[in-house]
Design a protein around this ligand. Structure first.
Ligand SMILES: Nc1nc(=O)c2c([nH]1)NC[C@@H]1CN(c3ccc(C(=O)N[C@@H](CCC(=O)O)C(=O)O)cc3)C=[N+]21
Length: 300
């Protein structure tokens, strides 16, 4: 078998187009422009690239983008004061504090200082609790993007066996909640799981979010299963020349694609959907803040 490629890049462009149409309608009918504030602490080059492309896509969708760059030496108190300022700014509907933060700053404290209604990452404890109990919330962007691709490919996910590999707060756990919400039978596997291959080989859906390059190989996959690869790992690529690198996922693409029914590529899979969902969440937050019904299909 050779797997269908799930085109996250193309799907993300469609989602952004839809967000853009709703943004225009908000402007025309209500005179409101959604705004997204991104806080970047420090100089991590990968984070800078991501923040830049996010800002560009925010503006392309017709929304306002506010970037707040701070030195890595910023104090926790100063960062909390910035979050408070953004919480109180009526032009800001979404706030994203880029992670990870420097070691001297308590990440949980900063995230939980964000107004939950503006928490477009869905990381605030209130949003985690709301998602876990099936109430309206802001849903983390990466798992939301994965869910959209799965629904688009399969229609209903009801009754499917889903195995999430990875138990992080930002991907693994919320992904499991969303799949449960769509009536999958959900297993979370991780670094301590015994006979992990036997576990994933029972899955109709495998979501790999462990952060280890090419860990999931074809022998982990049931023939015909759908593989969602969340990993984005930069590894050395001496075959491309000295000092060159390339991006790979948490799945070994070629061997998985031989067995799977469908698979997301890296790059061009989950990554672009993450940014598209960030824009969708900003639009949703803006609609809710103004008592306007948020568009369906862009939320979980
Ligand atoms: N509070 C917070 N929220 C985040 O959502 C968040 C964060 N912090 N910290 C960093 C990670 C990383 N992240 C990416 C999103 C999209 C791509 C993406 O679009 N990647 C392209 C490739 C980009 C390239 O070529 O390097 C792709 O997969 O096709 C990558 C990485 C969001 N993050």
């Amino acid at each position: 078998m050779t797997a269908s490629i799930i085109d996250g890049k193309g799907f993300a462009a469609k989602v952004r187009g839809e967000v853009g149409r709703h943004v225009k309608r908000l402007k025309d009918e209500h005179g409101i422009t959604p705004g997204l504030a991104v806080v970047l602490v420090g100089e991590d080059p990968a984070s800078q690239v991501y923040v830049r492309s996010k800002g560009k896509q925010t503006v392309e969708a017709g929304m306002n983008s506010y970037e707040h760059k701070r030195d890595a030496s910023i104090s926790q108190e100063e960062l909390l004061a910035l979050v408070e300022q953004l919480n109180g700014d009526p032009a800001v509907h979404g706030i994203l504090v880029q992670l990870p933060l420097p070691d001297h700053i308590d990440e949980d404290l900063v995230i939980n200082a964000i107004d939950p209604a503006k928490d477009v990452d869905g990381f605030h404890i209130s949003n985690v609790g709301l998602l876990g109990t099936g109430q309206e919330s802001m849903v983390p962007c990466t798992p939301l993007g994965c869910l959209m691709m799965l629904r688009d490919f399969h229609g209903s996910l009801s009754g499917m066996n889903a195995v999430v590999v990875g138990r992080s707060n930002i991907v693994g756990k919320p992904m499991a909640q969303l799949l449960l919400g769509d009536s999958c039978t959900v297993t979370i596997a991780h670094s301590r799981t015994k006979d992990i291959k036997e576990v994933t080989r029972r899955a109709d859906i495998v979501v790999a979010a462990v952060g280890r390059p090419e860990m999931v190989t074809g022998d982990w996959i049931k023939p015909g299963a759908t593989v969602i690869d969340v990993g984005i790992n930069r590894i050395d690529a001496p075959e491309k020349g000295e000092g060159k690198t390339r991006l790979v996922g948490d799945c070994h693409f070629d061997s998985c694609a031989e067995v799977a029914g469908a698979i997301t590529p890296v790059p061009g899979g989950v990554g672009p959907m993450t940014i598209a969902c960030l824009l969708a969440n900003t639009l949703t937050a803006c609609c809710r803040a103004n008592g306007i019904a948020a568009p369906e299909g862009l939320t979980a």
